[in-house]
Design a protein around this ligand. Sequence first.
Ligand SMILES: Cc1cc2nc3c(=O)[nH]c(=O)nc-3n(C[C@H](O)[C@H](O)[C@H](O)COP(=O)(O)OP(=O)(O)OC[C@H]3O[C@@H](n4cnc5c(N)ncnc54)[C@H](O)[C@@H]3O)c2cc1C
Length: 395
Amino acid sequence: MHRVIVIGRGLIGSAAGRHLTDLTDGVAVLGPDEPADRASHAGVFASHYDEGRMTRIVDPDPVWAVTAKRSIERYADLEAETGIRFFTESGYLAIGGPGADYVARSEATGRALGADITRLDAAGIRGRFAFLAVPDDAEGLHEGARAGHLSPRAMVRAQTEAARQRGATIIADEATAVRAVAGGVEVGTAGGRTLRAERALVAAGAFTDACGLSPVDLQLRIFGRTVLLARIDDDMEGDFAGMTTIGHAETGAYILPPIRYPDGHRYLKIGIGSTDDAPLRSRADLTGWFRSAGSEANRRDFQAFLTALLPALARCRHWHTDSCAVTWTATGLPYIDHALDDRIAVAVGGNGKGAKSADDWGWLAARVVMGADWDHPVERDRLRLPDRLRSGAAG
Ligand SMILES: Cc1cc2nc3c(=O)[nH]c(=O)nc-3n(C[C@H](O)[C@H](O)[C@H](O)COP(=O)(O)OP(=O)(O)OC[C@H]3O[C@@H](n4cnc5c(N)ncnc54)[C@H](O)[C@@H]3O)c2cc1C
């Protein structure tokens, strides 16, 4: 019998597992490893099978900004504790245009939190980042220290390793059912086990509803996302020297500088978020999407957009796409709340930008599960499940 079982070993679940070890013994973290072959994998997938996620304080929404700040402040300790490096301090550049308040709102939250930021006009952007072709009316916000990118794979490894070193049991298996029973919960697994715990935290990302793991139907909206990766060979490396991560306010595009991937090559990556794509509703929809290489239409559009912004990419000889999925809640923030008395809680809903703040979402989830003081600048009510979801709750 475990004290707490965390279901889902992604960015939020693995962080919760680590932080739970500060509050209790008897922690178990249940979740599969990354599949070796995505195309033939029949199990669940995750949104962290990648080497690059942008991380920064500045954000138009103060909740995302403060949780990112608190997370970023803990990166170095986690790296030191585990010896696993996951953060690269490359900086961040937001590019906005006339009539949009993205840059101004991001600047305001950044200033309030003491971020290392500088406002730039179009000439300033071009002067600092010669590889960028921006229009004359572009405006920019640069964040320097403590902004950059993290490897989500390596961060999950680090969180998992820290939790293990602090006594947590790591179980590489999938949950098939979570049942409330007298005195606790039972979790059935695909491997045929029945795990028992006093409490459970469900943090299974995009698969949470599709696997029926929460006693409340969270009505998450899951959207497939395609990313386009441009291979940066040695002869192009100099073209992108000093490149930051980039957020393009007008299109919602996010761009990561050349990062080394497991195949040994360096790739510069772009994704563009939208809620126009068909939502992925069932487990079959989700697995079908994750097994695919993404959308061919996105590939064409992203390549044209990216090459216009970074003209040196016209020389790129190799492009490929990959698929991922984002999990949206009705509130635009993760749900971190009890779903069934004090036995089953959830920590779900990265809303397309959950990586940077994941350590803090996990910190909060650990406190909810254990009934510890909230002690956090974001009001607890902001992260609760909407009442209308609970009216359909079972049990
Ligand atoms: C293309 C793309 C780009 C992104 N870029 C950024 C970015 O630049 N910056 C940023 O901050 N965020 C970004 N995000 C968002 C970020 O990756 C997610 O918000 C984050 O991964 C969410 O964490 P999570 O723990 O909720 O989900 P995940 O990381 O997906 O983890 C969920 C875990 O649950 C496990 N699981 C699922 N089902 C079960 C089951 N039945 N039993 C047990 N375990 C299960 C999975 O194996 C997985 O490990 C991006 C997302 C995508 C798709």
